[in-house]
Design a protein around this ligand. Structure first.
Ligand code: PAF
Length: 286
């Protein structure tokens, strides 16, 4: 059956009107928020969204509020025409692609913050980032009012922030975490991989290699400090600037994972112009 082309909406009013019709027809809605420059990782989120509900909404919005003053907001790849083309081949019925003015007509006077999860790990290196993420995702969820929102597990901390926000604010939405899509080399797919040269792209797979080395070690021992130190140094020697390489409790990303049933190994490192993140969840046997 040929896939129906999605309709593009640029204003809050238009998409709300359309989604009200969808709800009146008794259809359920699932939502995939993105910043565009769509790749296979996003396509997998959209396929998952289409398994969960009748009507899939994808947003494309490069959110200025989640970028620091010296970060890549201006350079972030904006590929709207290609993205629309790709979405036409996917089970996506509505695209929401607003302007910054549409989303922040009066600037920012209200912010959503989940401080306990937002000041550690990436939050320590990107102050205010998760406040920007939580605020935009809250706005988008208020606009779309989906039953399901699908987010990638690659952004592990982001997923935790959003799950916590939705739960704390009693939002009637199920947040679904989807598995990370990887290149054959193991490199997690990300729009920021576009910043890598070919040589750097090959090297970037070393992050996943480190995560796997640590996961194997974690199956044998809880005495991980020396092994973490070796892996940090190995990545540094290979040319990465490592922001962090840590093991945390997978349920709440707290530092105490020793009693946990699942641990998550998280890495963030800069390579050339790209800041790359990845993670691996490990089930612990005690
Ligand atoms: O993961 C992203 O692409 C963004 O952080 C999100 C969730 C779309 C919010 O801008």
């Amino acid at each position: 059956m040929p896939i129906e082309k999605p309709t593009i909406f640029n204003t809050v009013k238009e998409i709300r009107t359309r989604l009200q019709e969808v709800r009146t027809q008794g259809q359920s809605i699932s939502f995939v928020p993105t910043m565009g420059n769509l790749h296979q990782g996003h396509f997998d989120l959209i396929l998952k969204a289409s398994e969960l509900a009748d009507h899939v909404v994808v947003s494309i919005f490069v959110n200025p509020m989640q970028f620091g003053p010296h970060e890549d907001f201006d350079a972030y790849p904006r590929t709207l025409a290609t993205d629309f083309g790709a979405l036409s081949e996917l089970p996506c019925q509505s695209i929401f692609a607003p302007t910054v003015r549409e989303i922040y007509p009066k600037g920012v006077s209200t912010e959503i913050d989940v401080p306990s999860l937002s000041t550690i790990l990436c939050g320590q290196h990107r102050p205010g980032h998760f406040r920007g993420v939580a605020t935009i995702v809250n706005k988008l969820l208020n606009i779309v009012e989906p039953q399901y929102a699908i987010l990638g597990k690659k952004d592990y901390q982001q997923l935790q922030v959003i799950e916590t926000m939705v739960s704390d604010l009693l939002m009637p939405i199920k947040i679904v975490g989807a598995e990370t899509t990887r290149e054959p080399s193991g490199l997690a797919m990300s729009s920021r991989n576009a910043y890598l040269s070919e040589i750097q792209r090959t090297l970037a797979a070393e992050l996943f290699h480190s995560l796997n080395t640590l996961a194997i070690a974690l199956a044998e021992t809880r005495h991980m400090s020396p092994i973490l130190k070796i892996e940090r140094q190995r990545l540094t020697d290979a040319g990465f600037i490592v922001d962090y390489l840590e093991i945390r409790n997978a349920d709440n990303i707290s530092a105490t994972y020793l009693e946990a049933t699942r641990a998550v190994i998280l890495v963030a490192a800069r390579l050339g112009k790209a800041r790359l993140i990845d993670n691996l969840v490990v089930h612990l046997t005690h």
